[in-house]
Design a protein around this ligand. Structure first.
Ligand SMILES: Cc1ncc(C[n+]2csc(CCOP(=O)(O)OP(=O)(O)O)c2C)c(N)n1
Ligand SMILES: [Mg+2]
Length: 333
């Protein structure tokens, strides 16, 4: 990417320098938490890891166009950075990793990365992929019926768009012109199944017209490009213009989860070339080039993230376990 393009992007984003630095800090914190999860897993302390590494720009860029606590997020399991940007703390998350009583996500009932946070209007989701799309369409419908200007945003991987729930949710959103936004984080793989074996189009955004939604394809490694697309989608939703399907091309840096080994199906060169375009590094370079950030401030942000993660791990590890007597409270089945 040329210098000129970078400059245009930063200046045209309509974001104050302070907000750009905040967004960068959210990405750095999410990455620091994510990396620590793998360490905790190897130490036998975290039962399961599913990572958002490589997805951070798409998530933070999108969140910056929303009003936390007013708009709704119905996330999927890679949305750690999205949740951080909507108000989740490292400690909120670590409580769930250690399955502690104080876990605001689900009171230790769900696996880690099944995000939920009441005050931030982050709605907890089920493990079967694509169920969150139906929930988000329902929330968007309620917003419209009650004449509120609350937007419902939901995320999913490209593989999950093969599910019937996805079709039903998008069709409903299109029929009723709902304030609904679906962000597909297309990382090219559904566990080991590549994009080309999942769908017959290069971008899932091409399906939007078939549902009566606006469709936008975007480089999900470019935080400001995602923000621009998302801003348009939010304006469309709030002004009664209906829903949007955003397809953000991202990279999955880790194996699908701690139960998978991507070396068995993914060429090493492919991964290495993606790592050279790390979205956090791209944003950092942009901010440094433009003088929005300097090396000292960057160092401070990195250190703050490390300290926050250390403190969160320490606090969560020593926190109370759940009370066995209320194990079935809030559990349906
Ligand atoms: C209905 C259902 N089928 C299968 C699974 C197992 N599963 C979990 S994640 C996943 C792959 C999803 O891939 P994608 O939607 O591309 O998201 P990504 O993990 O790549 O972000 C599968 C098959 C599941 N959770 N739910
Ligand atoms: Mg995928």
């Amino acid at each position: 990417m040329s210098e000129t393009v970078r400059q245009t992007q930063l200046r045209s984003a309509g974001l104050a320098d302070e907000q750009l630095v905040t967004m960068y800090g959210q990405m750095v914190l999410a990455r620091a938490i994510d990396r620590r999860m793998w360490v905790l897993n190897r130490q036998g302390k975290a039962p399961f890891v599913i990572s958002g590494q490589g997805h951070e720009a798409a998530q933070v860029g999108a969140a910056a166009a929303l009003r936390p606590g007013v708009d709704w997020l119905v996330p999927y399991y890679r949305d750690l950075a999205f949740c951080i940007a909507m108000g989740m703390t490292a400690l909120d998350f670590m409580y769930s990793v250690f399955a502690r009583r104080a876990d605001p996500n689900s009171g230790a009932r769900q696996m880690p990365s099944h995000f939920g946070l009441k005050n931030s209007r982050i709605v907890t989701s089920s493990s079967p992929v694509a169920t969150q799309i139906i929930h988000a369409a329902g929330i968007a419908y309620a917003s419209k019926v009650r004449r509120l200007d609350e937007v419902a945003v939901t995320c999913i991987g490209e593989g999950g768009t093969s599910k019937g729930d996805w079709h039903e949710g998008l069709n409903f959103a299109g029929v009723h012109r709902l304030p609904f936004i679906c962000i597909v984080q297309d990382n090219d793989y559904a566990i080991s199944v590549p994009h080309r074996l999942q769908m017959g189009v290069d971008s899932v955004a091409k399906r939007a017209e078939g549902y009566g939604l606006a469709g936008e394809a975007v480089d999900g490694g470019d935080v400001l490009a995602v923000h621009a697309v998302m801003k348009r989608a939010v304006e469309r939703a709030r002004s009664g213009g209906g829903g949007t399907l955003i397809a953000a091309k991202v990279a999955r840096f880790t194996s699908h989860s701690s139960d998978d080994d991507q070396r068995r199906y993914r060429p090493q060169e492919e991964l290495e070339s993606l790592l050279r375009r790390d979205p956090i590094e791209r944003f950092r370079t942009q901010l440094l080039d433009e003088g929005v950030l300097d090396e000292a401030a960057d160092e401070r942000i990195q250190q703050e993230a490390t300290s926050e993660v250390n403190a969160a791990v320490q606090a969560a590890e020593s926190a109370e376990p759940p009370d066995p007597s209320d194990a079935t409270k809030g559990v349906f089945g």
